[in-house]
Design a protein around this ligand. Structure first.
Ligand code: UDP
Ligand code: MG
Length: 136
C-alpha cells in the first residue's frame, strides 16, 4: 500500500552559511524526495522558541533557539513515500559523530548543535511543523 507523506526539512544556519543548500537539496532529490515548497527565511528568536517549544525543558533549549535564529535557513516541504521516516534515515543521527556514512549529518554536520538539518520526527509533528512555516 502506498503511503505518500509530506515532512518538514530545514537546512540550518551552519549549512546555509557554508553555501551547502544546493548540495543538500540534491541529496533529497537523489533519494526520490520532491521539494514541493521551499523558502529561505531568517526567523526571530521568538519564532525559534515557538518552533522548538517541545524542547523547552532541555538544557540546550536557549542555545538551540539562539542558533536557529542566528542566520538564514531554508525550510522545505518534502514529499515522497514514507517521507518522515526516509528523511530521518537520510539525515542520520542527531550527533554527526554517531551518524552513518552517507547521511547528510555525517557528510555536512559540524557538531551536535550545528548538525546542518532538521526533520520532523513523526507524521503528526510533520503536519504541525509544515503548518508553522507554510500556513496557506
Ligand atoms: N541539540 C543540541 N544538543 C543536544 C541535543 C540536541 O544542541 O544535546 C540540538 C540539535 O541541533 C538537534 C536539536 O537540538 O538537532 C533538536 O534535538 P532533537 O533531539 O529533536 O534531535 P533531532 O530530532 O534534530 O535529531
Ligand atoms: Mg527532533
Amino acid at each position: 500500500m502506498s503511503n505518500i507523506e509530506q515532512t518538514l526539512s530545514i537546512i540550518k544556519p551552519d549549512a546555509v552559511e557554508r553555501n551547502l543548500q544546493d548540495q543538500i537539496k540534491n541529496e533529497f532529490k537523489n533519494k526520490g524526495f520532491e521539494i514541493i515548497k521551499e523558502k529561505k527565511i531568517h526567523i526571530s528568536k521568538d519564532e525559534a522558541e515557538k518552533f522548538y517549544k517541545v524542547h523547552e525543558s532541555k538544557p540546550f533549549y536557549n542555545d538551540l533557539c539562539a542558533y536557529l535564529s542566528s542566520g538564514p535557513i531554508v525550510v522545505m516541504n518534502l514529499q515522497r513515500e514514507n517521507a518522515v521516516l526516509e528523511n530521518r534515515k537520510l539525515m542520520g543521527a542527531t550527533n554527526p559523530e554517531d551518524a552513518e556514512e552517507g547521511t547528510i549529518r555525517k557528510k555536512y554536520g559540524i557538531s551536535i548543535d550545528k548538525n546542518s538539518v532538521h526533520g520532523s520526527d513523526s507524521a503528526e509533528n510533520a503536519k504541525v511543523e509544515l503548518n508553522f512555516f507554510f500556513k496557506d
